[in-house]
Ligand binder design. Structure first.
Ligand SMILES: [Zn+2]
Length: 324
């Protein structure tokens, strides 16, 4: 990614200061990038890219690169919250060390994960270091909530924003790193909405099973008008499932309706989140009108609203599926 290259080059040419904030949603590779940056700064044989003659990338294989990747390099440390907070005890040593020359590499790099979790004292100790920054150290604050950092910290750092990955980028990343049938990789990339972290957490087998159950509801509503199946599903979703589980099912139902909506608007089947069941979705889309889809979406939203008011979920579910 271009911005990352430019940043890395800037760091290597010493054009950025000693503080850097990497801001962006979880799971888009901020930590990984911080590690790559630390490797580039300390690599024993930096790789020079032909297109960018001054950029040295970490080689990934030298002793320094490997030690950094394993978290064993004396000059590269990651600090993360223990029990939701980062305390002064965790940053004190860093604040002292930062003033000394690097121990084995060229530059000390401190990576603070979830920096919004720094408590007041810890944040102030970091601020102090940033006020008189040692040239041989770099502090990288990683956060999904940059606005939650002290304004005084933010003003002393360069901020680098990470956007969610485009579905195509994510798909390419997953394809390069994990062996899966292309169809699954594609589905996963679309479901993960730009986050590698989320993609790792999705259980595709479970997703497919839930999806199939939700698809049957749509088909019963749109095509077969199978009231018995609908009553049965209302009972299952309304009574048998835990709340979190129920919400996961409703999320899937929403994504399916969104796909059908897109088909109705004439978008190609390959562009759907659930492109792998494109034919089933097409059949459903031919049987419904745009208005019906909108009504269902509205019905689901009302259902959630009723649930927050503690109205019986089962009755609400029946109303939506049978009378709606
Ligand atoms: Zn190296």
């Amino acid at each position: 990614m271009r911005i990352k290259r430019l940043l890395k080059r800037a760091v290597l040419q010493d054009r950025i200061g000693q503080g850097l904030i990497m801001a962006g949603p979880r799971g888009v590779g901020k930590h990984k990038f911080a590690i790559a940056l630390a490797q580039a700064l300390n690599c024993l044989n930096p790789v020079e890219e032909k297109s960018l003659p001054f950029e040295g990338d970490g080689c990934d294989v030298c002793l320094a690169c490997r030690r950094i990747a394993r978290g064993e390099h004396a000059d590269v440390r990651t600090i993360a919250a223990e029990k939701q907070v980062i305390k002064i005890e965790q940053t004190r040593e860093m604040s002292r060390e930062a003033y000394f020359r690097p121990y084995e590499g060229r530059r000390r790099v401190y990576i603070i994960d979830d920096a919004e979790r720094l408590n007041e004292k810890a944040a102030n100790s970091i601020l102090k270091t940033l006020e008189e920054p040692p040239r041989t150290s770099l502090i990288v604050l990683i956060t999904s909530k940059p606005y939650a950092l002290l304004e005084t910290i933010r003003s002393r750092c360069q901020i680098l924003s990470f956007a969610p990955l485009a579905a195509d980028e994510l798909e390419a990343h997953l394809a390069a790193n994990f062996r899966r049938p292309p169809e699954e990789t594609r589905l996963l990339a679309r479901l993960a909405r730009g986050s590698i972290g989320r993609a790792m957490e999705i259980d595709l087998g479970e997703y497919r099973a839930h999806r199939s159950a939700m698809m049957e509801i749509i088909e019963a509503l749109a095509i077969t008008r199978d009231t018995i199946l609908l009553l049965d599903r209302a009972e299952y979703l309304g009574r048998k499932l835990e709340r979190a589980e129920f919400e996961r099912h409703m999320d899937i139902l929403m994504v399916l309706l969104e796909d059908i909506f897109h088909l109705k608007l004439g978008k190609p089947a390959e562009s759907l989140t659930n492109a792998d069941i494109g034919e089933r979705l097409s059949a459903a889309s031919e049987a419904v009108t745009l208005d019906q889809i909108m009504n269902w979406v509205e019905g689901i939203e009302q259902l959630f609203e009723k649930m927050t008011r503690n109205i019986n979920r089962h009755i609400a579910m029946e109303t939506m599926l049978i009378d709606g």
